[in-house]
Design a protein around this ligand. Structure first.
Ligand code: SF4
Ligand code: SF4
Length: 354
């Protein structure tokens, strides 16, 4: 088992912050900038699509983040080293692993284009859905008055994933599964098992279900002996954190259930996380503030992207100039990301308190 102190320590201390770029998100300029900014403010893990081009871009961005942090240690006190790079896989159909599509030639000229307005990823224009930008949130699917928009689901290839783990210095893998999908999980795990010793962390992401605890116990037996750390991602309301307050409840309830069950492994929230999440967790005594059990951390996807989107989109328009060459936008992005991560990190380092 390979271990580097910094992200593993965050799990133990309950300060783990994961950036979810998106299991289906392949927009390379945005992945580059999101990875750069959140790494510099102290993210522990960057979770990306299991796509070699995406992984290569994220790795280049991590190298750039390291160079910037080393040149400016006073400006980036949160930097402790490169975060772990995670790829996300699914064992069966899952909303995180899909893309919307429609034929724009079938759209009436007078359509007010609600699909374009509702898309949080700016993934729809006159050409239809821009595949790289679509991360499968599904908000456009019911909104077309003509019902033109459909979703195309896909399932990760276990063999491609295994090859990436052995050849691309991937630190962590997340498997998205659901209660009742044991045979699908087994099929995927049988291919990953022989190479999983390359990993530092295995995350299993699941949604709540009346039988979920017995399902997770079944998975726990299946993955033994495990040669890396284990994390349960309690997925609440997928891809909804940018919608507003109240989206986190399902993830918290599920996390409480897993914590109370005493299952071995870290517990991390996802699905509906945003800037309101910490207040709720603190109120419920689920942060590491003297009471036990506590959660290991929180993953942020849609909300983390949303707060940077206006800044990053302008930077993308100005390419080939990279974000960090524009001090005003770069500093704005760092400030926004710092504001999101600091409530989780501040008890580790009181100087980070807001
Ligand atoms: S609304 Fe969601 S599913 Fe539809 S195109 Fe945008 S990102 Fe994709
Ligand atoms: S809402 Fe439907 S008809 Fe209108 S632009 Fe979007 S896909 Fe086309």
């Amino acid at each position: 088992m390979k271990q580097s102190l910094f992200p593993a320590q965050s799990l133990t201390a309950g300060h783990w912050f994961k950036l979810i770029c998106g299991a289906s998100f392949q927009h390379l300029p945005a992945i580059r900038d999101l990875t750069l900014v959140y790494s510099l403010v102290g993210a522990d893990c960057i979770d990306v699509a299991a796509d070699p081009a995406v992984v290569t871009m994220a790795q280049e961005s991590l190298t750039q983040a390291e160079a910037i942090a080393r040149q400016n240690p006073a400006k980036f006190p949160q930097w402790q080293g490169k975060p772990w790079l995670m790829i996300s896989l699914n064992d069966a159909e899952d909303p995180h692993f899909r893309k919307a599509f429609f034929n724009p030639n079938h759209c009436p000229a007078d359509c007010l284009r609600p699909c374009e307005t509702v898309c949080p990823a700016l993934a729809i224009d006159h050409t239809g859905v821009i595949g790289d930008r679509c991360y499968g949130c599904g908000r456009c699917l019911p909104i077309c008055p003509l019902g033109l928009i459909e979703a195309k689901n896909y399932i990760s290839s276990p063999h491609i994933a295994a090859e990436m783990i052995t050849t691309m210095a991937i630190d962590a893998v997340e498997i998205h599964t659901q209660a009742g999908h044991f045979a699908d999980f087994q099929r995927l795990w049988q291919t990953l098992k022989p190479v999983h010793h390359h990993l530092k962390l295995l995350a299993i992401s699941c949604q709540d279900h009346p039988d979920v605890l017995s399902y997770l116990e079944q998975l726990l037996i299946e993955i033994q002996p495990l040669d890396c750390l284990l994390l349960w991602q309690t997925d609440g309301r997928p891809m909804s954190g940018d919608i507003g307050k109240g989206t986190i409840h399902a993830s918290i309830q599920f996390a409480q259930k897993v914590l109370q069950s005493g299952l071995p492994g870290y517990v991390q929230l996802a699905g509906g996380t945003n800037n309101h999440t910490f207040d709720k967790l603190r109120h419920l005594g689920l942060l590491n503030e003297g009471r036990s059990p506590f959660i290991a951390g929180v993953a942020f996807g849609g909300y983390a992207r949303k707060i940077l989107q206006p800044i990053l989109e302008k930077a993308v328009e100005m390419q080939p100039q990279p974000l960090e060459s524009d001090p005003e936008r770069f500093d704005q992005a760092i400030a926004h990301a710092t504001q999101l991560i600091n409530p989780l990190k501040s008890s580790l380092n009181p100087s980070l308190s807001l």
